[in-house]
Design a protein around this ligand. Structure first.
Ligand SMILES: *Cc1c(COP(=O)(O)O)cnc(C)c1O
Length: 358
């Protein structure tokens, strides 16, 4: 079998969810499990969090049905609401909570024939300017939806654009906008993603919506997951499947972009960009072999990458390689590649087996 494996630490996942809840004592928290639980495998993640989570949140009805298979009774929120009018009946059948993010969705909802009323989360555009209604529209729809037979609870939600940048001016603007609707009688309110859960108590409201922090990555560029008390959940490991000695001046990999300046020892690792390891990883990006960091040599290819083992003579064939995990954090690798942990985690491809450890 190919030695590349993504090991998912379920105890760390539980720890991180509990940490989110401790950030907002007395609040409830939707565990955000969209995009296959940020690449970790939605079924096992939901099964693991089900006994402790107040609810789950996903991006579509299709994702919600995957969660429903594992958690038939859990509270389950569609963060972007329904994409087509037909979906409201299904959402009601499956007992989902739905965001209503614009006039079209509100009209579809009012025209829907439902088995039972839905919990609705009116989405306020408090400054992200992607989804949601402005404050006066929310007021108008509140009046209409509060009376509608399709609506059970009427709730309010919004989403931050810059909560990962502490002190950003837009955070205060968005908080003020949200607070401007304090007089409306919503059942529940929700505003905080991971970054706001961790650092913006004013945003906590009734329901937190932590995503990335559950998986042990930091939403902040300048605050490490470890500093925040988070434990890494996914460890991506493989093995060295070939070793060769190069004379000074020889090159490695596609494009011959890496050239040895000395007698070098190169190890080939079974992991490439078709697994989700970023092709943009610059030369010098580190992986861990036998507890020591060694740099990439040359370009990442589809199924393999090469590392320079010259300074680690004891390393050899079959040695385990940590691509990311507790030693090389996902955030460190993401920063080196000019991206964020979210992208690397969600791009681990289907051919990488997930192994679960409790
Ligand atoms: C994805 C998402 C979240 C979770 O965000 P994180 O930064 O991963 O914590 C919360 N709310 C909404 C609306 C989302 O789309």
């Amino acid at each position: 079998m190919r030695p590349l494996v993504a090991t998912v630490d379920l105890a760390a996942l539980r720890h991180n969810y509990q940490l989110a809840r401790q950030c907002g004592p007395g609040r409830q928290a939707f565990a955000v499990v969209k995009a296959n639980a940020y690449g970790h495998g939605v079924a096992r993640v939901v099964e693991t969090l089900k006994p402790l989570a107040d609810g789950f949140a996903v991006a579509s009805l299709e994702e919600a049905l995957q969660v429903r298979d594992v958690a038939p009774h859990a509270r389950l929120l569609l963060l972007e609401g329904c994409f087509e009018p037909d979906e409201y009946a299904l959402a009601a059948q499956h007992g989902l909570d739905v965001a209503v993010q614009g006039d079209e969705q509100a009209h579809w909802l009012l025209a829907a024939k439902l088995d039972r009323p839905l919990n609705v989360w009116l989405k306020l555009d408090s400054g992200m300017h992607r989804l949601g209604m402005d404050a006066s529209s929310v007021r108008r729809w509140h009046a209409r939806l509060a009376e509608a037979e399709q609506v059970a609870e009427l709730n309010l939600m919004s989403h931050f654009a810059c909560a990962d940048e502490r002190g950003h001016w837009l955070n205060d603007r968005q908080l003020e906008c949200f607070a401007s609707l304090v007089d409306l009688p919503f059942t529940h309110r929700s505003l905080a993603n991971s970054a706001a859960t961790l650092t913006l108590p004013a945003a906590h409201q009734d329901w937190l919506r932590p995503g990335i922090m559950l998986y042990g990555a930091s939403p902040f560029a300048e605050l490490s997951a470890e500093t925040l008390g988070l434990r890494p959940v996914m460890t991506l490991t493989s093995r060295i499947i070939a070793v060769r000695e190069l004379a000074p001046g020889e090159t490695v990999g596609y494009g011959a972009t890496w050239r040895s300046e000395r007698k070098a020892r190169i190890g080939t690792v079974a992991c490439g960009y078709a697994d989700g390891y970023p092709r943009t990883a610059p030369v010098g990006t580190e992986v861990v072999v036998r507890g020591r960091r060694v740099p990439l040599a040359g370009r990442v290819s589809m199924d393999m990458l090469a590392v320079d083992l010259t300074d680690l003579p004891e390393a050899g064939m079959g040695d385990e390689v940590e691509l990311w995990g507790a030693q090389v954090t996902i955030d460190e690798l993401a920063q080196a590649c000019g991206t964020i942990g979210y992208e690397l985690l969600t791009k681990v491809t289907a051919r990488v087996p997930r192994h679960y450890r409790s």
